[in-house]
Design a protein around this ligand. Sequence first.
Ligand code: PMP
Length: 423
Amino acid sequence: LADEVLAKRKKFLNPALFLYYKKHVNIVEGKMQYLFDETGRRYLDAFAGIVTVSCGHCHPHVVDAVIRQTKLLQHATTIYLHHAIADYAEALAAKMPGNLKVVYFVNSGSEANDMAMLMARVYTGNYDIIALRNAYHGMSAATMGLTAHHTWKHNVPQGFGVYHALLPHPYRGPFGADGKKYADDLTDLIQSSTSGKVAGFFAETIQGVGGSVELAPGYLPAAYDIIRKAGGICISDEVQTGFGRTGSHYWGFETQGVIPDIVTLAKGIGNGLPLAAVVTTPEIASVLAERLHFNTYGGNPVCSAGGRAVLEVLDKEERQKHCAVVGDHLLKRLHALKEKHDIIGDVRGRGLMLGIELVTDRTTKTPATAETLQLFEAFKDLGVLVGKGGLYGNVFRIKPPMCFTLEDADFLVDVMDHSMSKL
Ligand code: PMP
């Protein structure tokens, strides 16, 4: 069966699609934190379909909500009233602090960031956008320019009016964990390279694809000040960090004590449904009031019902608290693993959004890219799926469904320990 799927994929699907493993896994079923292949073999999923399955694979409450809504009304578009979108927008806005109360639904993180970029430019009347180096904000024509990693850009000129600031990377950055110093560099960038007038600033508080890099403390408050003084608004890309995954807070930006002007959401928001959102203040949202803007599927009844069910599950099952407990346990065990295995250069992140960076030498921090790949396959052979990422492909990303248990965490670390010992 796997061979058949592979043959069809090769023949009929664009080769831009890439596969994670050398020996392919053909997934046929998902149940909470587990995936099952065609032979019935169970895998512990520590990557959640790229940080997307928040409640758990096929969580019954989300599935029920989707089925119920699908039978009632599947599609109407926003040109008619329907209650699913209105109820969901109200529930989502209630989760946001400050004046972030107006929602625009789209279908993917890329679309959400496109929309945020557009709103920043229309609202401020400025053009220049700043994002962080090493960031991933999407693959649409506009967001590919925001994304700051050459391998995702296909050597096509992109990102007109987009500038990339120094990443406040505590492990690899020139100023270590001194967030303030990186913010000074942002001032330099604005003065030296931009028109001096900024439209918007994008940041993930913990870079996802970039390798679970948590921005140096103190960076965002200083950066937001600088951007606002330059006339810009601040956008937090919460596509991976939102909905309590960090454990300590519901939203990633809260970990740095800031409130952005626009928040973009995707992935975990829908537990796998194609759902995303842009949340902003009434004042910023009002700039699109007299303009034509439309999205056929955005906020469709089925995804709205599913998204609302996701919020209910996360609340009812206290997933944020759970992420904190399991995440703390994992961090402790991973730090102990670092003591044992020299190949681990850095353990970082918070909650169930963790990263393990592998190096061949702790002093030079030379990326252990080949070893990362080898271990990655070994984990899979032992029944554990993790993510990989980082600029050099040498970071394991641990971002499981938020129902991941303490026992799952122990199993994951034991598998890592065993594989690293055999390396
Ligand atoms: N922002 C971040 C932080 C992401 O990780 C991603 C996807 N990896 C996106 C935006 C783009 O989301 P999508 O793939 O749904 O367009």
